[in-house]
Design a protein around this ligand. Structure first.
Ligand SMILES: [Zn+2]
Length: 319
């Protein structure tokens, strides 16, 4: 158990033109505040074992081929598993997530996405098979179920599997899935965490039916190169601005271009869904406003416009 070096780009596999943007040891001043912070008041129950990382190097690399920015020295799979299961106090993390008002906002956003996909795919819900890859605390699955779908959840964290089961979702594994069997795969804040994003996406594409859609939603890393020059992890502001390359957790940092490149390298093409916005259509019950509100709430889902906002970088890809 320890750290390993990624010597090729984890998305496009290029060996050429891999440029190191930043090298820092975890015991340097660059991380002083980060180390103190995580040791003293863990957010959402996250408390890395500092002694396991102190002598390690934090290295940020940019791929000249696809534009991905990534941590080139990462925990091996054993340490990654430990980081997600025991560096988090899972009970505290669940309480933290359930208490956040953004859980409600998240579920509303997912309702919008699921409904938009149903419209796009134009099939009765009982014929649509959807999968929630890395289901976390089940927010997307809750939205999918409430619109009549029966999501298959994939999750490796035993705590999250147990919670999903308490809501009536049975978690499965990748190995249990059949090729070309799924219409829609949700991945919400998953691909930034993966040691081998290209291989994972290839596996998901295999499960998709021809014409099926996979959603990749990751933290917005479009400003990270300039932020790495301006900030370090020594302040709250640095913490926030550098979140897309958060040590140990956010191993891959995407902008729209590098995310599109990843999708294309797996044979996918970006598609736009018509967005039905539940949040903006809340006034729909007022008869006079109904048509106006409905017209306003249905609009083209524009990737560039959406991603320029501070939200996640989000792209739907079709097989
Ligand atoms: Zn690359």
């Amino acid at each position: 158990m320890g750290f390993i070096k990624r010597t090729v780009c984890p998305c496009c596999k290029s060996k050429e033109d891999q440029k190191v943007l930043l090298e820092e040891y975890f015991n340097s001043n660059y991380f002083k505040h980060w180390i103190d912070h995580i040791a003293s008041k863990p957010a959402g129950g996250y408390r890395p074992e500092v002694e396991e990382i102190l002598d390690e190097k934090y290295e940020i690399t940019k791929c000249g081929n696809c534009g991905l920015i990534y941590q080139s020295i990462i925990p091996d799979s054993e340490l990654l598993h430990k980081a997600y299961e025991s560096w988090y106090d899972q009970d505290e993390n669940l309480r933290f997530n359930l208490s956040l008002d953004n859980r409600r906002v998240k579920i509303q956003r997912f309702l919008t996405e699921v409904y938009s996909f149903i419209q796009f795919y134009n099939q009765p819900v009982n014929r649509i098979k959807v999968m929630d890859f890395g289901m976390g605390w089940s927010e997307w699955s809750i939205a999918a179920r409430s619109l009549g779908l029966e999501p298959i959840g994939l999750e490796i964290s035993p705590s999250k599997v147990k919670y999903a089961s308490s809501l009536g979702f049975e978690a499965q594994t990748l190995e249990q899935q059949e090729e070309s069997s799924v219409d829609f795969i949700n991945t919400e804040q998953v691909f930034e965490h993966l040691d081998e994003p290209f291989e994972y996406l290839q596996n998901l594409v295999r499960l998709l039916k021809p014409g099926g859609v996979v959603k990749l939603s990751v933290p917005n890393g479009s400003k990270i190169e300039e932020n790495l020059k301006k900030y370090d992890f020594n302040s709250e502001e640095g913490f926030r601005k550098l979140n897309p390359v958060n040590p140990i957790e956010h191993l891959n940092c995407y902008n729209t271009e590098s995310l599109v490149s990843l999708g294309k390298s797996c044979g996918l093409r970006p598609v736009e869904l018509i967005k039905y916005d539940f949040q903006k259509s809340r006034k729909v019950f007022r008869p006079l406003n109904a048509l106006k509100e409905l017209a306003r709430s249905i609009k083209h889902y524009n990737i560039d416009q959406f991603n320029k906002l501070n939200g996640p970088t989000l792209i739907f890809f079709q097989k």
